[in-house]
Design a protein around this ligand. Structure first.
Ligand SMILES: Cc1ncc(COP(=O)(O)O)c(C=O)c1O
Length: 375
């Protein structure tokens, strides 16, 4: 049997929405994107949603919109995908790495230690679909007057005390990469409750123009626009917006299938010597973008050996992620010795197959092959 790590779920309706959209005359930055944005802000209960071409650009654009750039420091966790760091670097600012705690979310103590006069923003990452402690983080950003940009790439459908993540600070940034909780193939979204920031972002994603394509087409002189700041082409096209809109219309089903599969793993893999299920006590608050177990020294084989054995059985697993401080570029630039939790997580964690359409048969096959090696 073959079990992929992840598999996008593209329905018949998704496909027909895409095909229908191709008959429209406006294929980018048009009415379907507006609908997608409006539905996204309704679901997340945010005032504004700004679609962009991917999650990395969502982070970059938010930082630029908040005036962050050269000479500024932005605190990010060491244990995240490199996109979080690259987004900061692309603005000219410097990412300051901090350790995570055992939840794999940013460590509040480490964060406090790395605050400096140059700190301008914090980017917490809601890792694997579990919210960071936004109470503690907003206390810090308010006290030190810092911008807060939430990296919600893993966390569409994640709530912290009844509020959707992404709504606690200045901006929340989502990714719709094919493995994510919903997909537009490539794509991203920024949410914000600030009208001022939203207006800036709508313009920045479209070369800094003060009018979008719909506004220009409704004008007898479409060339009559102004540019107040230089910007980017980070627009989200109508094809991807159609797919996103269709995925949103069945998001409850997508989310509940992921959760149901994760809870099944929880039941079958808990209380096994050598296996720690990451964030098991928080299963009720988890959107389960990833399902991560830790293979500790009590397990009969190493994490790497287990990965290999599962691979031989057709089961794909991986490690999310290699800590940022271990990459050559960062090793040269940063003191890389102070991330013990991040290093432990990297040595022990294993992401096992999880996607909405995974079958119980596939899960049983994964579980059976893992349990073969318990002591
Ligand atoms: C934590 C995190 N942040 C940001 C991103 C960037 O998203 P995208 O791939 O859409 O640019 C990802 C994507 O994998 C991610 O996992």
């Amino acid at each position: 049997m073959k079990v992929p790590l992840s598999k996008p779920w593209i329905s018949k309706n998704d496909k027909s929405m895409i095909m229908r959209c191709l008959d429209n005359s406006q294929l980018t930055d048009g009415p379907i994107l507006r609908k997608f944005e409006s539905k996204f802000s309704k679901i997340t209960k945010s005032e504004f949603a700004i679609g962009v071409s991917n999650g990395t650009q969502a982070l970059q654009l938010s930082l630029v919109g908040l005036g962050i750039g050269k000479g500024d420091e932005v605190i990010i966790p060491d244990f995240t995908f490199i996109a979080t760091a690259n987004a900061v670097i692309s603005t000219g600012a410097k990412p300051i790495l901090v350790d995570v705690d055992t939840s794999l979310n940013i460590s509040i103590d480490s964060l406090k230690q790395k605050l400096s006069k140059k700190t301008k923003a914090i980017i917490p990452v809601h890792f694997a679909g579990l919210s960071c402690n936004m109470n503690e983080i907003t206390k810090i950003t308010k006290k030190h007057n810092l911008s807060l940009v939430e990296d919600c790439a893993h966390a569409f459908g994640t709530y912290f005390r009844k509020e959707h993540v992404g709504t606690f600070g200045d901006a929340g940034c989502f990714s719709f990469y094919p493995t994510k909780n919903i997909t537009t193939v490539e794509g991203g979204m920024i949410i914000t409750n600030s009208k001022k920031l939203a207006e800036k972002l709508y313009s920045l994603r479209n070369h800094g123009l003060n009018k979008n394509l719909i506004q220009r087409d409704n004008n007898t002189k479409p060339w009559n626009y102004d540019v107040l700041n230089p910007g980017y082409n980070f627009r989200l096209d109508e094809i991807r917006s159609s797919l996103g809109l269709s995925q949103l219309s069945r998001f409850n089903v997508i989310k509940s299938k992921r959760i149901s599969a994760a809870l099944y793993y929880n039941r079958k893999l808990k209380n096994i010597s050598g296996i720690d299920i990451v964030n098991l006590p928080y299963e009720k608050f988890h959107a389960y973008h990833l399902y991560i177990i830790r293979i500790t020294k009590d397990f009969s084989i190493s994490r790497d050996e287990l990965h290999l054995q599962l691979f031989k059985k057709g089961i794909r697993t991986t490690v999310h992620y290699k800590p940022i401080h271990t990459f050559s570029y960062f090793k040269q630039k940063l003191n890389s010795k102070k991330f013990p939790n991040s290093i432990n997580a990297f040595n022990e964690c294993l992401s096992i197959p999880l996607f909405p359409t995974i079958t119980r048969n596939q899960q049983d096959y994964v579980i059976k092959n893992i349990l073969k090696f318990r002591k």
